[in-house]
Design a protein around this ligand. Structure first.
Ligand SMILES: *[C@@H]1O[C@H](CO)[C@@H](O)[C@H](O)[C@H]1NC(C)=O
Ligand SMILES: *[C@@H]1O[C@H](CO)[C@@H](O)[C@H](O)[C@H]1NC(C)=O
Ligand SMILES: *[C@@H]1O[C@H](CO)[C@@H](O)[C@H](O)[C@H]1NC(C)=O
Ligand SMILES: *[C@@H]1O[C@H](CO)[C@@H](O)[C@H](O)[C@H]1NC(C)=O
Ligand SMILES: *[C@@H]1O[C@H](CO)[C@@H](O)[C@H](O)[C@H]1NC(C)=O
Ligand SMILES: *[C@@H]1O[C@H](CO)[C@@H](O)[C@H](O)[C@H]1NC(C)=O
Length: 500
C-alpha cells in the first residue's frame, strides 16, 4: 500500500530497546503477559488520589487501562455514539487530555516510553503522539473483529483477528507476513481460532486456539469439535517464511490421560452439546453454524488471558478453558509446558485447578542480563475460582496459598486481573487487585510473602473494578506512584480511578 510508505518508525523502538519498561504500557504489562511492573505501592493508608471527571458508559468486556509516567490511555464508551476509541487522561489529575475518534472498541494499545500510542480495532491501525497528534491512519484487512495486538521481539507488531488471521507488521507498519491457522482435522477443513492473548518469548509467541470446522455440517467426530491447540510460532528475520510454526500441542478430550470419569463427563457433555445445538436451531440459526460457534468462542474468552510465559524457568503456564461447545464451566484444567525449542514437553497437568488469572515477576533485562537473572522468579501467582491466591512452581507444585475468603470475608470474589508489583527487584512482592465482598467493592493490596492484607480501600460510589490494574511511576514528575483502575456501575456508568 502506498499509504504506508514513507511512514518511518511508526512504533517507537524506545519501548523495547530501553532498559526498563515504564509502568504497565500494554495489556498484560509485558509482552510475556506477566501482569507485573515496578511501582511503589503504599504499604499502608492508601487513598483515592482522583476519580476521572469524565463519566463513560460501561465498556463491553473492559480490559482496563495502560499507563506509563507520561500518559494513561483507556478504552472508552460514550457519552456520544462515536466516542468508542481511546481516551487519554492526565497523570496529574485524571482530566481528559485527548480522545481518539477513529477506532471502534479497540483492544488496549501499546504505549511507548514517550507516551506515544499505537492501537487498532482491526479496521485501522493508528498512531498518536503523546499529546494526541494523529498520524495517517492505516487500513487493516481480514482482522475484524479484532482479537489482540502484541509486540514481538524489537521490531514486529502482531495483530490477531478473531477469525484466525495473524498479521505481522514491521516498525514502518508495513505488513510483512500473514497466516491463517487453517488445517484439516479428520477430514474436516477448518481454522484454529485464538482463545487467548498471544504471549511473547523473544521472537516466538504462544497462542492458545480452538478448532472450528469450516462448513455447517454436524457430522464431526467429537475430537474435532473439542480440539484445542497451543501453538509456538516464530517470527524470523528473513525475507521469506517469516512466520513459522515451531511446534504445537493438542488438547484432546480423549488422550492417553483420560480417565473413566473424564470419559463420563465427556459423554454427558456431548449430550448437553446436542441439546445446545437443538436450542440454537430453534432460535433461528440454521444448524449450529460456524458464525454461532465463533460468537460463542468470542463471548466466552473475551478479556481472558489464559497463557503466561515464565522466562526464568522456560515454561508456559496454561489455564485451559473448557471447549466452547461445553456448557460446563468447571472443566477448566491447568497445564505447564517446557519449551524445548523445536518440541514441547508436558511438565504437569491438574484437572482440579480452576485458575482464573496469573501473574509472574519479570525483571527488566537487556544488557544487564546477569543481574536480571538473579531476580527472576520461576514461580507464578494465580487466583482460583474459589478465591485462593496461590504460588505455583514451574514443576506444578504449590508453595504458598492464601485464602482470600479468610482474609477479606466469606463472600470474596476477585473482579480484576491481579497485578504483581515491586518497588525494586529486591523488594517484596505486593499483589494488587479488585474484589467484591458481598455487595461492597474494594481495591486490595496483599503482601505476598507474609500473606497479609496491606490495605483494603472501599471504591468510590461502590463501583466494581474490572480489567487489568496498571500503574504510573511518579518519580520523574515528583508525585507519588499511582495505581490506575477502571471502575463501573454495571449497566450504568464507568470512571477511571487513581490510588496512591
Ligand atoms: C497511617 O495512618 C496512621 C493512622 O492515621 C498513622 O498513625 C500512620 O503514621 C500513617 N502511616 C503513614 C505511612 O502515613
Ligand atoms: C490537570 O492537569 C493538567 C496537566 O496534566 C492541567 O493542564 C490541568 O489544568 C489540571 N486540571 C486541574 C483541574 O487541576
Ligand atoms: C483459511 O480459513 C479462512 C476461514 O475459513 C478462509 O477465509 C481463508 O481463505 C483460509 N485461508 C487459506 C490460506 O486457506
Ligand atoms: C478441504 O480442503 C481441500 C483443499 O482446499 C479440498 O480439496 C477438500 O475437498 C476439502 N475438504 C472438505 C471436506 O471440504
Ligand atoms: C530470558 O532468559 C534468558 C536466559 O535464560 C536471558 O538471556 C533473556 O534476556 C531473558 N529474557 C528476558 C526478557 O528477561
Ligand atoms: C531451535 O530450533 C530451530 C529449528 O526449529 C533450530 O534452527 C535452532 O538451531 C534451535 N536452537 C537451539 C538452541 O537448539
Amino acid at each position: 500500500m502506498n499509504l504506508v510508505h514513507g511512514l518511518v518508525f511508526l512504533f517507537n523502538l524506545v519501548f523495547v530497546r530501553a532498559l526498563f519498561i515504564d509502568g504497565c504500557p500494554l495489556w498484560g504489562c509485558r509482552p510475556s503477559g506477566s501482569f507485573s511492573f515496578y511501582l511503589k505501592v503504599p504499604h499502608q493508608n492508601a487513598t483515592v488520589n482522583w476519580v476521572s471527571d469524565l463519566t463513560l458508559d460501561p465498556v463491553p468486556n473492559a480490559l482496563g487501562c495502560v499507563a506509563d509516567s507520561v500518559n494513561i490511555v483507556c478504552q472508552s464508551n460514550g457519552p456520544f455514539k462515536e466516542d468508542t476509541g481511546f481516551i487519554c487522561l492526565s497523570v496529574d489529575n485524571g482530566t481528559l487530555q485527548w480522545r481518539d475518534k477513529v477506532l471502534h472498541f479497540p483492544t488496549l494499545p501499546l504505549l511507548d516510553n514517550y507516551g506515544d500510542v499505537t492501537g487498532s480495532d482491526g479496521r485501522f491501525l493508528v498512531h498518536y503522539d503523546f499529546d494526541g497528534k494523529l498520524y495517517p491512519k492505516i487500513k487493516c484487512y481480514g482482522l475484524v473483529p479484532m482479537f489482540s495486538m502484541q509486540l514481538v521481539g524489537t521490531m514486529y507488531l502482531l495483530l490477531v483477528g478473531e477469525q484466525g488471521g495473524l498479521v505481522v507488521r514491521d516498525t514502518n507498519a508495513i505488513p510483512v507476513a500473514e497466516i491463517f491457522l487453517n488445517d484439516t482435522i479428520q477430514n474436516a477443513n477448518g481454522t484454529f481460532l485464538p482463545i487467548s492473548q498471544p504471549v511473547v518469548n523473544g521472537q516466538r509467541f504462544y497462542l492458545l486456539t480452538e478448532f472450528v470446522p469450516e462448513d455447517d455440517s454436524d457430522s464431526y467426530a467429537p475430537s474435532v469439535l473439542n480440539l484445542q491447540r497451543l501453538f509456538a510460532i516464530d517470527i524470523n528475520d528473513r525475507p521469506a517464511d517469516i512466520m513459522t510454526i515451531a511446534w504445537f500441542f493438542n488438547f484432546e478430550m480423549e488422550d492417553k490421560h483420560t480417565t473413566l470419569s473424564d470419559k463420563l463427563i465427556f459423554q454427558s457433555r456431548q449430550m448437553q452439546n446436542e441439546k445446545h445445538d437443538m436450542k440454537i436451531s430453534r432460535d433461528g440459526y440454521s444448524g449450529f453454524n460456524r458464525r454461532a460457534r465463533m460468537n460463542l468462542i468470542t463471548d466466552s474468552i473475551n478479556s481472558m488471558q489464559n497463557v503466561l510465559w515464565n522466562n526464568a524457568s522456560g515454561t508456559i503456564f496454561v489455564s485451559l478453558p473448557p471447549p466452547y461447545l461445553s456448557s460446563r464451566n468447571d472443566l477448566r484444567s491447568f497445564w505447564i509446558f517446557e519449551d524445548k525449542n523445536d518440541t514441547v514437553q508436558l511438565v504437569s497437568r491438574s484437572d482440579n485447578l480452576y485458575v482464573t488469572h496469573m501473574s509472574t515477576w519479570e525483571p527488566d533485562s537487556d544488557w544487564i542480563q546477569y543481574d536480571a537473572r538473579k531476580t527472576m522468579t520461576s514461580y507464578i501467582w494465580a487466583t482460583t475460582m474459589d478465591s485462593m491466591l496461590i504460588q505455583i512452581n514451574a514443576d506444578g507444585s504449590l508453595s504458598k496459598s492464601i485464602d482470600l475468603r479468610n482474609l477479606l470475608g466469606d463472600t470474596t470474589r476477585v473482579t480484576t486481573k491481579i497485578a504483581l508489583t515491586k518497588d525494586t527487584d529486591e523488594s517484596s512482592e505486593v499483589i494488587v487487585f479488585g474484589v467484591m465482598v458481598g455487595l461492597q467493592s474494594y481495591a486490595v493490596a496483599i503482601d505476598a510473602s507474609l500473606g497479609t492484607v496491606l490495605w483494603k480501600l472501599p471504591v468510590p460510589n461502590n463501583m466494581v473494578l474490572k480489567g487489568q490494574v496498571s500503574g504510573v511511576s511518579g518519580a520523574a514528575s515528583r508525585i507519588r506512584d499511582q495505581l490506575i483502575l477502571y471502575a463501573e456501575l454495571p449497566g450504568k456508568s464507568a470512571q477511571i480511578i487513581s490510588i496512591h
